[in-house]
Design a protein around this ligand. Structure first.
Ligand SMILES: C=C(OP(=O)(O)O)C(=O)O
Ligand SMILES: [Mg+2]
Length: 424
């Protein structure tokens, strides 16, 4: 038996940032080294995501993950025992074949991904390497531009804002460290602005503020005011990204804003976003249309894709097959990468590479229900993704990813690259 082969894989039910059960896995090697990983969970989940296996019954309103955990302790443990920890592809393929379904519904994408990530972390430990270096080698040196979600709406907050996320991008920074300084200053300034207007400073699921507003456009005005108030130039030093999460709005061929009770056609919705991009420094729109609306995506990309990043989240669900369709139909120019949408590390890496080979921008992303696992930070640097979306720079479930990136930047030293607009 090789000392770097797998001795045991085990799982347990833990809780995410919303207090909902989720999966954690531990991999133990013959040499005694152990590594642990846990998986997050979404609220505005795409219909085509891999299956997050949840228990029936009354426990936690039927949200327990004990079945997924017992799949780890039973079938997955038996299949991976004795295998070499360095064969990530083979380990993932073994679990995918054992599952045997298209969407990982037998073992659960939550079970498979937790083990997949724990294996990769164990491989890094056994190699005496930092996780990002193990994944990306010497070539993984790019710190991502953080897309900080500082105002929450949609399915992530109980306010009256329909757009799910309003994010700031500190592109004028020259390092990730400086980007964090700028981002947190704007976040704190937004709190002051909201307070001065008598608006609520309670927060949504991702740590951003969740006030009731006149309309969604007011959120953009507040962000611009906060950027300026913190002493930065909107559009130059800090620009804005939104996630409409429009799959949540799609009903009978039209779009319906559930909170403002307003109905729009596809064309009206595209014009709505175009106006935002003309009037405000909005440079990135995620899921401007629904997950079925490939033609709508193609149309908005044709109209404004030369100056605005059009991001497919629910549209692509980190799935190389759906991404390939989008590439052929020119449906977007960027992809959101959420490892738990596809359910294994090697498939996640495949989607990132496919996107990069086809000139798509890549944004590595958290989920709205998170754990303290920081794998996405390492993945973003290892694969030179260029952007990360991991919530407000507040609340530990979000900040732990940002803090890991600060450490990685320090470890990389002079080799670290930050995609600053100033150096372009
Ligand atoms: C992070 C997101 O939310 P959720 O995890 O709820 O899908 C998103 O839609 O991009
Ligand atoms: Mg999204």
């Amino acid at each position: 038996m090789n000392i770097t082969s797998i001795k045991k894989v085990s799982g347990r039910q833990i809780f995410d940032s919303r207090g909902t059960p989720t999966v954690e896995a531990t991999v133990e090697l013959q040499n005694g080294l152990t590594a642990c990983a846990s998986v997050p969970s979404g609220a505005s989940t795409g219909q085509y995501e891999a299956c997050e296996l949840r228990d029936g019954g009354k426990e936690y309103q039927g949200k327990g993950v004990e079945k997924a955990v017992s799949n780890i302790n039973g079938k997955i443990n038996s299949a991976l025992q004795g295998k070499c920890i360095f064969g990530q592809q083979e380990l993932d393929q073994t679990m995918i074949a054992l599952d045997g379904t298209d969407n990982k519904s037998r073992l659960g994408a939550n079970a498979i991904l937790a083990v997949s990530l724990a294996c990769a972390k164990a491989g890094a430990k056994a190699s005496n390497m930092e996780f990002y270096r193990y994944l990306g080698g010497m070539d993984g040196v790019t710190l991502p531009v953080p897309m900080m979600n500082i105002l929450n709406g949609g399915a992530h907050a109980s306010n009256n804002v329909d757009i799910q996320e309003f994010m700031i991008r500190p592109v004028g920074a020259q390092s990730f460290r400086e980007a964090m300084k700028i981002g947190t200053e704007v976040y704190h300034q937004l709190k002051k602005v909201l307070h001065s207007k008598g608006l609520s400073t309670t927060v949504g699921d991702e740590g951003g503020f969740a006030p009731d507003l006149e309309d969604d456009e007011q959120a953009l005005q507040l962000l611009v005011e906060a950027i300026e108030g913190a002493g930065y130039q909107p559009g130059k030093e800090v620009n804005i990204a939104i996630d409409a999460a429009a799959s949540e709005w799609f009903q009978n061929g039209k779009y319906f804003f559930p909170k403002k009770k307003k109905e729009l056609t596809r064309e009206e919705l595209i014009s709505y976003f175009e106006r935002f991009c003309e009037k405000y420094p909005v440079v990135s729109i995620e899921d401007p249309l629904g997950e079925e609306d490939f033609p709508g995506f193609t149309e908005i990309t044709r109209q404004i894709g030369n100056k605005v990043q059009i991001v497919g989240d629910d549209l692509f669900v980190t799935n190389p097959k759906r991404l390939q369709k989008g590439i052929e139909q020119q449906s977007a120019n960027a992809i959101l990468i959420k490892p738990n949408q596809i359910g294994s590390l090697s498939e996640t890496m495949l989607s990132i590479r496919l996107a990069q080979q086809n000139g798509y921008q890549t944004i590595i992303s958290h989920r709205s229900g998170e754990t303290e696992d920081t794998s996405i930070a390492d993945i973003s640097v290892a694969l030179n993704a260029g952007q990360i979306k991991t919530g407000a720079p507040a609340r530990t479930d979000r900040v732990c990813k940002y803090n890991r990136l600060l450490k990685i930047e320090q470890l990389l030293g002079d080799a670290a690259v930050y995609p600053s607009s100033r150096s372009r």
